[in-house]
Write a protein that binds this ligand. Sequence first.
Ligand SMILES: NC(=O)c1ccc[n+]([C@@H]2O[C@H](COP(=O)([O-])OP(=O)(O)OC[C@H]3O[C@@H](n4cnc5c(N)ncnc54)[C@H](OP(=O)(O)O)[C@@H]3O)[C@@H](O)[C@H]2O)c1
Length: 326
Amino acid sequence: MSKGQKETISKRKLGKTDIDITPIGQGVMQFAGGTTFMKFMYPALTDQQSNNIVKTALDNGINWFDTAEAYGFGLSEEKLAKGLQAANVDDKDVIIATKWMPMMRRARSIKKTIQNRLDHLSPYTIDLHQIHMPYSFSSFQKQFDAMADILNEGKIKSIGISNFSASQMTKAHDILAEKGLVLASNQVNYSLIKRKIETNGVLDAAKELGVTIISWSPLQSGILSGKFHKDEQLYNSLPSARRLRSKKQIRESQELINTMDSIADSHKSTIAQIALNWLVNFHGDTVVAIPGATKASQAESNGKAMSIKLTQNELNEIEEASRIFV
Ligand SMILES: NC(=O)c1ccc[n+]([C@@H]2O[C@H](COP(=O)([O-])OP(=O)(O)OC[C@H]3O[C@@H](n4cnc5c(N)ncnc54)[C@H](OP(=O)(O)O)[C@@H]3O)[C@@H](O)[C@H]2O)c1
């Protein structure tokens, strides 16, 4: 993509912060492939492969990356920083989101671990720090007190959450509001075949509170590219952890894939691009997405998905074809 094209991708505010993000960011959980629990889903990537993914994402207009402490305990963060350095990117030109892992921990670990996050990401700084899930031993009050402290100390630029319900998100928002701070985002599983947030109050609450929804697994681990519908052998070659439950999703989404296939044809694009474009446009500016990639070609395709202009009729047609997943 040329520099001129890159500039036409309009950015959105991350919640009510002053941070500008592109509708699609790059998820880099795959950079911890081959290690910890990730080895059951993704193979290890060499530095050359991960550097390529980072550079290709940037070259195709993506301006932000999502990682986490839990992704290889610093490995994904480190490989991301290496990739950004290899691409000669300045800290001021990239947005980085990472996460604190609350499982079996107390809030004080937020302050204890923030320097590890910064060290792994060095020389890049943290624009968004998220509580990975609502499962700490400490109260929300204590967790957000700690997050507010590290924000006030200048160690992070904004605060987000992940996998929080509507009522948990509202509580997080209210605790931060009392301190004069905003809750930037809630990162949840949302895709054309996982539409629960449309009925469980999360999406409505996000719109009302001005919180950005960051969709994780926006392609439902690749299912929404249609590649497994077309090639059963490819599906059978997946590690078992990725095959879990997905056979049913593949069977039930055939009609949706057919609908997106014909829309993709008329836009000279792919099913995956249509699925991503729908996700980041159907609800206005509220939803952004962070597809993961194991290949640079996927980062290229996913970045280019931002430039497609679906008509309102096409957006509605896709919505109808996926209504069985609401
Ligand atoms: N907050 C949370 O609890 C949480 C949980 C999970 C993930 N996340 C975040 O969300 C990100 C994305 O989630 P995810 O990686 O699980 O799901 P995803 O983005 O739905 O799927 C990524 C996988 O889909 C395939 N893919 C990607 N682009 C493609 C394309 N253009 N065409 C065909 N196939 C394509 C690749 O599979 P192959 O490798 O098989 O080619 C890739 O590894 C993660 O990287 C992570 O940052 C957050």
